[in-house]
Write a protein that binds this ligand. Structure first.
Ligand code: FCB
Length: 475
């Protein structure tokens, strides 16, 4: 590129990521597969939740979704054209172990055998997540994540899946965003199973940490030594609104409930003591048994980080039920000016830089993967059949620039997975929010790569984007 930047008058800089950097896209089973009742799959908590009136906008469900279950080959071909090196997908627990108990269900596993074969044939590395929120309904009926038994069940499911797919999946992620599973699922009730029980949400968080550790043990036993085992967290880039003691204390609470509640058990085998104090009116944490935190700390090979927007916190109050058990009387989340996505989330790439450099300091020996990053905008196919999404391209460019800058300052980031390959079922928002770089017409299931798909293919081919000149800003 020889063009000169219109604002700064300087030639644009081509960023180069290291050779071997993993360029991927990400999806999740319930959001794209559809085929909800096919080949023996039983309902998950998201089937129940989405079929409950008033839970998901427009009454949308994942029954058909992007029909990926039947269009998998064409979707892998799309990825091959993009040139991605890796694809992060999730395995639907109720497909491969219907009801969450008993033996592996071969028909369900066959889908993932076909998918991984197709990926390997296309030269794409499969990155599998075992839990992207689709708990078999029977396990919720038995109490769900607040019940300790769910952790045992999860370890068994991990073992069955690893035995079947261990020869083809390079990277295994135990859980996706346990914060959302615990706190949106059991405290605020915005996600399945829709419970508003703050103390139960804290139990759920602990049992998810335990489930992670038990699953790591099961995976290590079933997989070849070369397998990479990981965990994906939606760590919060927490910023106090001001430097006042009160705002900083509010930020500390959210850092404890949003980040350290997972990072401390998983990487240090301990519970944050300030969290235990902050939540003492809700629980005495006696559900944490001897040895649990040692299990949660089972060594892993990398940490996945999902990032969309920062979390700005001030002293104040927020309405209950909230996803922040015990913090409602101490924190508020001020709305700041600036550009926003269709989710009404602020566009702020600096938060990703802060998160990655913060992890460099907190966990200096842990390789990182950005396992999700992307943006929803209101996309339309124009009469010429094109989807112009310049805002998404600007968002992605700014965030990739932030990743590059963090790496230049020592963050050990090994890959970037764009959320998402396809427009999909965006949980409680249904199909109204489009995150894909490939547009999906949910009436016809027609796929149309957006301008951002072409842009991403070009980034991958060049080994990096043209830099965005204002950190945190737009290009
Ligand atoms: C993350 C989820 C993912 C997707 C994005 C927008 O929290 O992991 O499934 O919905 O948000």
């Amino acid at each position: 590129m020889t063009a000169v930047d219109a604002r700064t008058g300087t030639p644009p800089t081509q960023l180069r990521f290291p050779d071997g950097f993993r360029w991927g896209t990400a999806t999740a089973a319930y959001q794209i597969e559809g085929a909800a009742a096919e080949d023996g799959r039983t309902p998950s908590i998201w089937d129940t939740f989405s079929h409950t009136p008033g839970r998901v906008r427009n009454g949308d469900t994942g029954d058909v979704a992007a029909d990926h279950y039947h269009r998998m080959r064409a979707d892998v071909a799309l990825m091959k054209r993009l040139g991605v090196s890796d694809y992060r997908f999730s395995v639907a627990w109720p497909r491969v172990q219907p009801t969450g108990r008993g033996p592996a269900h071969q028909k369900g596993l066959d889908f993932y055998r076909r998918l991984t074969d197709e990926l390997l044939g296309a030269g794409i590395r499969p990155v599998a997540t075992l839990y992207h929120w689709d708990l078999p309904q029977e396990l919720e009926d038995a109490g769900g994540w607040p019940q300790r038994e769910s952790a045992d069940r999860f370890a068994r499911y991990a073992q069955l899946t690893a035995e079947a797919l261990g020869d083809r999946v390079a990277t295994w992620t135990t859980l996706n965003e346990p914060w959302c599973a615990a706190f949106l699922g059991y405290a605020s009730g915005e996600h399945a199973p829709g419970r508003t029980e703050p103390a139960a949400a804290l139990r759920a968080a602990h049992h998810l940490n335990l489930a992670h550790g038990r699953a790591v043990q099961a995976l290590r036993a079933a997989l070849p030594p070369s397998a990479e085992i990981s965990l994906t967290l939606n760590l919060h880039a927490v910023r106090p609104l001001t430097r006042s003691d009160a705002d900083r204390d509010a930020a500390r609470r959210i850092d404890a409930l949003g980040n350290r509640i997972f990072l401390d058990p998983v990487f240090h085998g301990r519970l944050p003591q300030d969290l235990v104090r902050d939540t003492e009116a809700l629980t005495d944490w006696s559900f944490v048994r001897d040895g649990d935190l040692r299990t949660a700390r089972e060594p892993i090979d990398s940490l996945g980080v999902n990032y969309y927007a920062p979390t700005v916190v001030a002293a104040g109050t927020c309405p209950a039920p909230s996803p922040w058990p015990g913090a409602e009387a101490h924190v508020r989340f001020p709305r700041l000016p600036g550009p926003r996505t269709a989710m009404d989330w602020p566009v702020d790439a600096e938060g990703l830089y802060e998160l990655l450099t913060g992890l460099r300091d907190r966990l200096p020996d842990v390789p990182l993967l950005v396992t999700e990053n992307g943006a929803a905008y209101e996309d339309h196919v124009d009469p010429a059949g094109r989807v112009r999404d310049p805002e998404r391209i600007a968002y992605l460019r700014a965030h990739l620039t932030a990743v590059h800058r963090a790496m230049a300052r020592g963050a050990d980031v090994r890959g970037y997975f764009l959320w998402s390959l396809l427009d999909n079922f965006e949980w409680a928002y249904g199909y109204g929010k489009r995150f894909g770089i490939v547009h999906v017409d949910f009436g016809t299931q027609r796929r149309t790569p957006k301008d951002s798909a072409r842009w991403y293919a070009d980034v991958i081919a060049r080994g990096g984007p043209i830099a965005c000149d204002t950190p945190g800003g737009d290009a």
